[in-house]
Design a protein around this ligand. Structure first.
Ligand code: ADP
Length: 270
C-alpha cells in the first residue's frame, strides 16, 4: 500500500513540475527572442549613419583639392557622427531601462525641477523654430524616482512636441496634482498622429510616415524610452491625438509627501 501511495503522489506532482518548467522555458524564450530582435533592429539602424560616415570620409579624401567641398563634406560627416552618438546613447538608455537592473538613483524628486530641466533641454531647438514652451498648472509635487530618467522622458515628449509643430507654434507643459497622482501633460498643435499609428509609436524604431519625411534626425526611440521610463516608475503614459490638430501626451505618476525641508519653508502642494 505504501508503495502505491508514493507512486500515486509522484504522478500527481510530476505533471505540475513539468508545467512549471515549460512556463519557465517559454518566458526564457520570449526574453531571448526580444533580445535577439533588439540586437538585430539596432544593428540595422546603426548601419545607416556608419555607412554615411564611411562614404563621406572617402568623399573628403577624393575632394582634397577643393577646400569648399572638403568643408561641406566635413560638416555633413560631423552631423552624421553626432547622430550616431545620439543613437548609441539612446540605445544604451533603452537597454538599461529594459533590463531587470534596479534604477540606481532613487530619491524624492521635485516634479517642478524635472519639468524645468526637460524644457531647458529643448530650448535651443524651440528657439530655432520660434516655438514658445509654456509651463502651467500646479507646483510643489514630488515623486519617488530617478531624476535623470524622468527628465529624459519628459524632455523627449517636449522634443517631439517642438519637432512636430509648425514654426512659431506654442507647446504647453501642464501639471495637475492631487494627494495621490501627478499628471504631466505635454501638448502641441502640430501634425498629429493617425489613429492607426497611435499604439505603434511607442515601439522602438517605429516612426509614422509623415514623421519620416518631415524630421530626418529622429531615431524612433524617444517614445519607447518614455514608455519604459514611466513604467519603471510604476506610472502610465496616455496619448490623445488628431491628425492636423495636434497631440497631448500625459504621464501619470504616484506622488510622495514633499521632503521635510520644503514643508518647513511652507511651499506645500496646492
Ligand atoms: P522620433 O525620433 O522619430 O521622433 P519617437 O519614438 O520619439 O521617435 O516617436 C515615434 C514617432 O511618433 C515619430 O516618428 C512620429 O511619427 C510620432 N510622434 C511622436 N511625437 C509626436 C508628436 N508630438 N506629434 C506628431 N507625431 C509624433
Amino acid at each position: 500500500v505504501e508503495q502505491r501511495l508514493v507512486t500515486a503522489r509522484a504522478s500527481v506532482i510530476t505533471p505540475r513540475l513539468t508545467l512549471i518548467v515549460i512556463r519557465d522555458i517559454t518566458e526564457h524564450e520570449r526574453v531571448e527572442q526580444m533580445r535577439r530582435d533588439f540586437v538585430s533592429n539596432t544593428s540595422h539602424e546603426l548601419k545607416t549613419p556608419v555607412g554615411a560616415i564611411t562614404l563621406l570620409a572617402e568623399a573628403i579624401d577624393s575632394a582634397a583639392d577643393d577646400p569648399d567641398q572638403v568643408r561641406r563634406f566635413a560638416a555633413r560627416l560631423s552631423a552624421e557622427a553626432s547622430r550616431l552618438g545620439q543613437l548609441t546613447s539612446r540605445i544604451m538608455n533603452l537597454s538599461r531601462l529594459q533590463s531587470a537592473d534596479d534604477l540606481t538613483e532613487l530619491r524624492d524628486v521635485s516634479v517642478d525641477e524635472v519639468v524645468a530641466a526637460a524644457i531647458e533641454s529643448q530650448s535651443i531647438a524651440a528657439d530655432a523654430a520660434g516655438i514658445a514652451i509654456v509651463r502651467g498648472g500646479a507646483r510643489g509635487a514630488y515623486v519617488r524616482g530617478d531624476v535623470q530618467v524622468l527628465t529624459e522622458a519628459i524632455g523627449n515628449l517636449v522634443a517631439n512636441a517642438v519637432a512636430y509643430s509648425p514654426p512659431g507654434a506654442q507647446v504647453g507643459v501642464g501639471v495637475k496634482a492631487d494627494d495621490r497622482v501627478v499628471e504631466i501633460a505635454v501638448t502641441d498643435r502640430g501634425i498629429g498622429i493617425p489613429e492607426g499609428d497611435q499604439e505603434r509609436v511607442f515601439e522602438r524604431f517605429y516612426r509614422a510616415d509623415q514623421a519620416r519625411s518631415r524630421r530626418t534626425g529622429g531615431t524612433g526611440l524617444g517614445l519607447s524610452i518614455v514608455k519604459h521610463a514611466v513604467q519603471r516608475h510604476g506610472g502610465e503614459v496616455e496619448l490623445w491625438s488628431r491628425p492636423g490638430r495636434g497631440s497631448t501626451f500625459t504621464v501619470r505618476l504616484s506622488v510622495v509627501e514633499p521632503p521635510e525641508n520644503t514643508l518647513v519653508k511652507g511651499s506645500r502642494r496646492t
